[in-house]
Design a protein around this ligand. Structure first.
Ligand SMILES: O=C(O)c1cc(=O)[nH]c(=O)n1[C@@H]1O[C@H](COP(=O)(O)O)[C@@H](O)[C@H]1O
Length: 280
């Protein structure tokens, strides 16, 4: 089964296009979990318990795990998400010369419960830098196209001699690179006009749309144009996992063991699901 078939099944099962971003900033993990063996794993496990029934996918960002304990926390997290039947997109934004990319491509393996099912990649180095990912039929490959950050326009909006913008060229290439039906685009919700344009340009590619929640992106455009035949996901990380920060800080000061932060995350995921479903 392809990654996008699996994602489509999960979207239908939970009636949700919410992707929960697992970006466990160590400085924001509740006090009472910080002396655990792997605080990020302890945190993520509680977040997954509270959010999985609203989650079409989880997206851990590798930046939050790139140290020895971090990789242990990440692999435990991925296996636990799989135990709840939720696909995992590793947000690693990788790509390199072929010899190196072949090693990066091992980060994703749908047959291994501790490995992610899909990955984000960077198109800057061109086709050969992505080939080891593209050749794996069973995985999802989300290519950065028009990112959500303020500097996303610095290079991606530049007009080429052909008249198209760089991000439009990326989308056109991704359409060509999609021989195995495993390619999607990353398009930020903070660029709603570009999402709309891209949906017209590449109707068959599902989008991963980050930037709603903390970055203030356009949830309606994210859903209206982010989905291809109903498949695609809208990511929120801090807006879900730290939704209860104020409450849990206050309460953990009282009993020191409160998991109210997870309950707040579950409620935030449910709220986002309902909000996004209004536009599906
Ligand atoms: O590839 C991504 O997921 C990504 C692309 C992009 O254009 N913008 C973007 O915010 N992201 C990631 O999506 C997540 C957004 O986090 P929040 O702003 O906390 O919801 C982070 O992990 C970002 O690194």
């Amino acid at each position: 089964m392809s990654f996008f078939e699996r994602l489509a099944g999960r979207i239908e099962e939970v009636d949700s296009v919410v992707c929960v971003g697992l970006d466990p900033d160590p400085s924001r993990i509740p006090e009472h979990l910080r002396d655990r063996d792997l605080p990020r794993w302890a945190f993520n496990r509680r977040i997954i318990d509270a959010t999985h029934s609203h989650a079409a996918a989880y997206k851990p960002n590798a930046a939050f795990y790139e140290d020895p304990d971090g990789w242990r926390a990440l692999t435990e997290t991925i296996a636990y998400a799989h135990g709840k039947d939720v696909p995992v997109i590793l947000d690693a934004k990788r790509a390199d010369i072929g010899n190196t990319a072949r090693q990066y491509a091992k980060l994703v393996d749908p047959d291994h419960s501790h490995s992610a099912d899909a990955i984000t990649v960077n198109p800057y180095m061109g086709r050969d830098s992505l080939e080891p990912f593209l050749l794996q039929e069973g995985i999802g490959v989300f290519v950065l196209c028009r990112t959500s950050n303020p500097g996303g326009s610095d290079l991606q909006d530049l007009e080429l001699a052909s008249g198209e913008a760089v991000y439009e060229r990326v989308a056109a290439l991704c359409d060509l690179w999609n021989a195995n039906g495993n390619v999607g685009l990353v398009v930020g919700a903070t660029a709603p006009e570009e999402i709309e344009e891209l949906r017209e340009q590449v109707p068959d590619l599902p989008f991963l749309v980050p930037g709603v929640g903390s970055q203030g992106g356009d949830a309606e455009a994210a859903v209206e144009f982010g989905l291809s035949e109903g498949v695609g996901v809208v990511n929120s990380s801090r807006g879900i996992i730290f939704a209860g920060e104020q409450d849990s800080e206050r309460r953990s000061g009282i009993d020191g063991e409160s998991d109210d932060f997870a309950k707040a995350a579950g409620e935030a995921a449910k709220r986002l699901k309902k909000r996004l479903n209004r536009y599906r």
